[in-house]
Design a protein around this ligand. Structure first.
Ligand code: APR
Ligand code: ZN
Ligand code: ZN
Length: 360
């Protein structure tokens, strides 16, 4: 058993607390990771607000990189000292989705079997099966993806959630092709990663849409060729104007709101693809004229974690980063200490940061 400091969300809506967390030694199939950096993601805030489930207390943090400290029995392909990014999808290989050849949807993704606890033995629910706002965390060995240790942990960790979700939304779910036109709604960390993904796939025109002028400036640095301020103009009309009156081949909704989903639906060209990567809350609904759905053709596709396969994608993205072909540094707005998470939530809600990253 190891005792470390961790960021715990004790009850719905309550501020997070630094608490002592007891982390068991890894059992069969598990790995203990010494966390070096962990980004602050919206989902952590959603947990704290009780918007994910009621299984308080939570150990927050799930966008992390670190060094493997110990592995349990039967673990192959991972050893003490490996530099890893922790994934919240570790395909099981045997669920119905894995069996039909779609491990990127795995319905039974692996996590540690043992629980981390508070000092009095209260079990902690680890955010997205990770819980990495802690000096050590216990995960399933399959969640650890070794990558080139030349990459800085503060940047590598971001691949573990938001950046991968956005990149994958464009590259995999949207299937952006060379020469395509792409429109991205919402230019936070996820939307900017979608812009970067579209650019990596060779999109000819990448239109960034936001209601915050600062965000549009940042979006240009990630490869947006055009920007649309939806607080001043009709986004759908503006996108049509920029695409010979037709609309974009691929639109990516990275806000998680009905109005932007509808804009993304109508801003497509015929047979275009709309990707939904922004996470809605349970009260949200949209109403679609059926003839518009049918008559426009194409595809409406939700994107879970960018349809990524961590073992394939994390090392590749780190290699591209190390070659200077993927500007991941730009996502890191600030490095903060472990006790800076609550303040980082405030900055996130004000839109002041793309990512605050806890550095240990
Ligand atoms: N039209 C366009 N942009 C909007 C609108 C709108 N009506 N409303 C908000 N936005 C912009 C915000 O200004 C902000 O720049 O959407 C962006 C959202 O970015 P962040 O709040 O930084 O969120 P991010 O981390 O990028 O995540 C986006 O994806 O994974 C999910 O839970 C996550 O739902 C969230 C979404
Ligand atoms: Zn599976
Ligand atoms: Zn996340």
């Amino acid at each position: 058993m190891n005792d470390v400091k961790g960021v715990v969300s004790p009850a719905k809506g309550a501020p997070v607390e630094i608490r002592t967390v007891l982390v068991p030694d890894p059992g069969a199939g598990e790995a203990l990771v010494r966390v070096q950096a962990c980004g602050v993601c919206h989902t952590d805030l959603h947990y704290r607000e009780g918007a994910i489930n009621d299984e308080f207390p939570f150990l927050l943090g799930h966008e992390a990189a670190g060094i493997v400290e110990k592995v349990g029995d039967g673990v192959e392909g991972l050893k003490r000292g490996d530099f890893v990014i922790i994934a919240w999808r570790a395909p099981c290989g045997s669920c119905r989705s894995c069996r039909r050849g779609c491990p990127w949807y795995c319905f039974d993704s692996r996590n540690a079997s043992q629980k981390m606890t508070l000092e009095d033995g209260t079990p902690l629910s680890a955010a997205l099966g990770i819980g990495a706002f802690a000096e050590l965390t216990l995960v399933a060995a399959g969640q650890c993806v070794p990558v080139d240790p030349a990459a800085k942990p503060v940047v590598a960790g971001l691949i573990g959630c938001g950046v991968m979700a956005g990149l994958g939304a464009a590259m995999y779910t949207g299937g952006v092709q060379k020469g395509d036109s792409v429109a991205v709604f919402g230019c936070g960390g996820v939307g900017d990663a979608a812009i970067l993904g579209a650019s990596l796939c060779g999109a000819a025109r990448i239109i960034a849409v936001d209601i915050d002028a600062r965000k549009l400036e940042w979006a240009s640095e990630f490869g947006a060729t055009d920007v649309v301020d939806a607080s001043k103009t009709d986004a759908v009309e503006a996108i049509k104007e920029l695409t010979d009156g037709n609309g974009a081949n691929v639109t990516v909704e990275a806000v998680g709101r009905p109005e932007t989903m509808m804009q993304a639906f109508y801003a497509r060209d015929l047979a275009g693809t709309m990707v939904q990567v922004g996470v809605p809350d349970p009260t949200m609904t949209v109403e679609l004229p059926m003839l518009e759905f049918f008559g426009r053709g194409g595809a409406l596709k939700p994107s879970w974690y960018g349809d990524c396969l961590p073992s394939r994608d994390f090392p590749m993205l780190i290699d591209l980063y190390l070659q200077g072909r993927l500007n991941l540094d730009r996502f890191v707005s600030e490095s903060i200490p472990l006790d800076g998470v609550e303040e980082a939530f405030v900055k996130m809600q004000r839109g002041d940061v793309l990512r605050s990253v806890v550095v240990f």
